[in-house]
Structures are given as C-alpha cells and as structure tokens.
Design a protein around this ligand. Structure first.
Ligand SMILES: Cc1cc2nc3c(=O)[nH]c(=O)nc-3n(C[C@H](O)[C@H](O)[C@H](O)COP(=O)(O)O)c2cc1C
Length: 485
C-alpha cells in the first residue's frame, strides 16, 4: 500500500494592499472634492462621500484590495478613487501575510494601467524565469525587474530571492511548493501575470528563448530591451530627462576639454572667416528652432519636399548570397547612411498645423513617397504634442512632430549585442539630416531627446518590442526674429 501523502501545511493566504507611494496624502476640500498635491499643483480626484473618504484614509498604511472588490456603493466609490490614483502613478501594492509588519514584497507599477492580477496556476503547471528578468540592488533594497513587466517587485525576504534563483530552471509548481516554504502562489501568479515568469506548456522544448513571446522578441538581446525601456518614457516610473541628479555631489565637466600637454600644431592660421562652401555655410546657419509661426505654417508641398530630400527610398537592390557573409537580403538606398544598410528607421508624423494637410497621425511610406493616415485619437495627439512642447520648453506645439521609430527586427536579425546602439547612431544621423534640410529650406526644427513608447504603442497598436520610437524631431516654420527697433 502506498504511503499516505503528507498533507501540505495550510498557509495563511497573503493579502495585497494598495497604499499611496510615500510622498503624497489625500485631502478633502470644503466642496467634497478630494485632491492630492503633486509638487506645486493639486490634482482633483472628484467628489467622495465621508464614508469613502474615511475608508480611503487607510491608503496611507495600506488598504486591502479585497475590501473594495464588492458591489456595495461604498466599495464602488473607493474602487473608482483607487483606480484613479493608480492611473496617476500614485500607488504601490504590498504583499504580506496578515499580522506580518514586514514588506515582504512591494510592487511598484511602471505603466499607468498596471493593476495586480494573479495568473491562474495549478500544481501541474511548469514555470521558469523570463530571460529578461533581473534582480539588482537599488539603495538598500533588492528589486526584481523586467523590461516586459508593467511593474517591478521589491523583494524584502531573502528566501524569496533564493526561490527566484531556483526558477532559472523550469519548475513544476507542485514540486516547488513542497520544497520551498517561502513560495506562495499569489506571488508566482503575480510574477506570471507580469511576464517575469513564463508558463511552459507540454510542447515546450529546451529552447527557452523561442518559448518566450513572439518571433520579434526572440531577436532581442537582454541589454538592448532593458536599454530601450529604461531610456524612454512610458514603461518606467523613474524620473528622466534633465533632473540634475548629481548637481549637489559632483561639479559639471567643463564645456570644452582641457588640451593635452603635448606639442601643439596651431590650425588657426589656416582658418578663413567666411565659410568656403554653401555646405559649410549651411552647417554654420543650423540652429534649433522651438518657436513656430502658426500664422504661416509649413505647407504640404514643403513637407513633401522635406521628406523627399531626407528620407525617400531612392532604389532597392538585392545583395549577392555572400554579401557581408550572410544570406541574400533585399536592401534599399536612401539619402542618409544607415548601419549595415538596414534602414530600420520609420517616420510617423503627428501633424498639428500644416497647410493643406489635416491634423492627425501619418506614416511616411518611404518606398511610395506617400503619407498614410493612421486613426489616432485627438486626445492621444494632444498628449504627444504637449509632451513635445514641454520637452522643448516651447510656447506652443510643433507644427509637425516627426517620430522616428525603429523596426528593431530589421537590424537585430543580423547584429547581436550592438543592434540597439546602431539604431541610436542611425537616429543621430537622421536628426542632423533633418536639421540641415530644414535650414536649407528656410524651415526650423529641433531634436527632442525623450520619446514615449507606451503612448506610441497605444496610437499605432504596435507592440513596443516590434516597432517603437527612438527619437523625435519638431518641424515647422520658425518665427522670424523681431526686427531690431
Ligand atoms: C539628440 C538630441 C536631443 C535633443 N533633445 C532636445 C530636447 O529634448 N529639448 C530641446 O529643447 N532641445 C533638444 N535638443 C537640441 C539641443 O538642445 C541643441 O542642439 C543644443 O542646445 C545646441 O543648440 P543648436 O542646435 O541651436 O546649435 C536635442 C538635440 C539633440 C542632438
């Protein structure tokens, strides 16, 4: 007779609570509206009953999600408020056992829509860590992150880190539960939902890289996907841009490098005061223009000429079988150079004010030299041009905002490890091409360093790892400098 199976010791189910992420507190105003102060401005969260406000007060320490999951009017009111706070990025979620004061796991959302969901799991399921997941020290904490995840997980219990290490190999849930006391299915379910873990089905073979996501994800190296999501806006909650984070700690480097002490050959005697060619003159005249003349916007004809000059496909050609040591591939020729002749960059135009062209989002079909309309909402377009205006500290939105997106697979199919860095170099080349063409045509423009990959994904319905923005350029007719009085 087989020995009776040992009944697993029953565990107290962990609780997920939502709490305000530290820096903020809710205030009820005299008119019944609830506000939260963000820096120097107040965000209104709408009216709230006194009972709901009383319940919401627990958000400072932690309000169990289950406490407002019901159908009562009070639960619904609190639910609306909590979701609103979540969309503003003001909440984090704590996973703990009842009565346990420790923050065993705290979830920090990285995208506005994140809401803790537990993927369903059975003892027979097999899970493994995503190859994009990583555990690192941040200050005094250990954080578990992944560029694919909508949230990061602060790990407060070293036993959980040990279990995560064990998950570098596929593990059956039943076995894992029997072996490691710290494993709770809620956490595993949350990690699975965040794509930090993946479930392998019966057909999955040893090729874990192929088992994760779609064919486009296969082409990504770990560091490249981390770089893409951490150097853009939309899929991370860190502050980004000119934050002067180290201004108090380290002085700035000088604007011009100090000369080396060696023998100097003075070149100034060869210089002439006037530029010697029209190209040298163009380089000298180029400036970033952020203020546009909305009374006389850029015209469709000018936009067509600008795209023709800078980005149009000039010809297509097939490589021989031995070109670059690879298989036969179709290439194109365009006005600017591109790493490996990949020409992975695509142009998406958010048009706010262009004579002869309706407001909207367009893709530039560089092969057909045509603009193709994409159905983005007016609100999305507004968010995009407002962010560009803010990034340039400009008095108004750009007349045309050119988003430079990359078809990542076009370049990573060939290049490992350096694919993303090549893309960014290509973007730099494209930006200078735009600057020079705009200057030559009497138009104005400015590069923009920040791009929102989440907003672009929503506007185009293209996943951020398939085709996503890597640069932006604001284009328009610059305001003429005021004549000296
Ligand atoms: C890659 C890159 C990113 C830039 N990002 C911004 C930006 O986000 N906002 C902005 O106002 N200017 C931006 N600029 C413009 C620079 O501030 C500008 O080129 C620099 O101040 C030199 O001025 P000039 O272009 O007028 O010669 C960017 C330029 C480059 C090349």
């Amino acid at each position: 007779m087989p020995a009776p199976r040992k009944k697993p010791t029953s565990k107290i189910a962990p609780v997920i609570t939502a709490r305000l992420n530290g820096r903020f507190s809710l205030q009820m105003q005299a008119d019944g509206n609830v506000v939260i102060s963000l820096g120097d401005h107040l965000v209104s969260l709408g009216p709230l009953s006194a009972a709901a406000m009383d319940r919401a007060g627990h958000l400072t320490t932690g309000l169990p999600l289950a406490s407002f999951a019901g159908k009562s009017a009070l639960a619904r009111e609190v639910d609306v408020l909590v979701h609103r706070l979540a969309r503003h990025g003001l909440l984090e979620y704590r996973l703990s056992s009842p009565g346990d004061e420790r923050d065993v796991v705290v979830i920090e959302p990285q995208v506005p829509e994140y809401w803790p969901q537990r993927a369903k799991l059975g003892d027979g399921d097999t899970v493994v860590l995503s190859r994009f997941a990583y555990l690192r020290r941040r200050g005094n904490e250990m954080v578990l992150e992944s560029p694919r995840a909508g949230a990061l997980f602060r790990i407060g219990d070293p036993a959980i880190a040990a279990t995560l290490a064990a998950l570098s190999r596929p593990q059956k849930i039943g076995k894992l539960r029997r072996q490691a006391a710290s494993v709770n299915l809620d956490l595993v379910g949350l990690l699975l939902d965040s794509q930090i873990l993946l479930k392998l089905d019966a057909k999955s073979g040893e090729g874990l890289r192929l088992n994760e996501g779609d064919g486009n994800l296969v082409l990504w190296d770990f560091h490249d996907l981390v770089f893409h999501t951490r150097s853009t806006e939309g899929r991370q909650a860190n502050l980004l841009g000119g934050t002067f984070a180290y201004a108090g700690a380290v002085p700035p480097l000088p604007a011009v490098r100090a000369p080396w002490p060696g023998k100097t050959i003075d070149l100034r005697k060869f210089s002439i005061s006037e530029p010697i060619s029209s190209f040298a003159k163009l380089l000298r005249e180029r400036r970033s223009i952020r203020d546009f003349d909305d009374e006389h916007p850029v015209t469709l004809a000018e936009l067509a000429q600008f795209l023709d000059t800078t980005a149009r496909v000039l010809s297509e050609w097939k490589s021989g079988a031995s070109f670059d040591g690879g298989p036969e591939v179709t290439y194109s020729t365009r006005p600017y150079p591109s790493a490996g002749s990949a020409y992975e960059l695509e142009l998406y135009l958010a048009v706010s004010n262009c004579e002869g062209l309706a407001r909207g989002l367009y893709h530039y079909d560089a092969g057909g030299h045509a603009l193709v309309a994409i159905g983005a909402s007016a609100q999305q377009l507004h968010s995009l041009s407002t962010a560009a205006e803010f990034a340039m500290d400009a008095p108004g939105p750009p007349q045309v905002l050119i988003m430079i997106a990359a078809r990542f697979g076009r370049i990573s199919w060939k290049y490992s490890s350096i694919a993303y860095s090549l893309i960014l170099k290509d973007v730099g080349i494209m930006l200078q091409t735009f600057y020079l063409a705009a200057t030559d045509m009497g138009l104005g423009g400015c590069a923009i360093g920040i791009t929102n990959i989440d907003l672009f994904a929503k506007m185009t319905e293209l996943e951020f790892h398939v085709e996503s923005p890597v640069g932006q350029f604001a284009l328009g007719r610059g305001k003429k400098p005021l004549a000296a009085s």
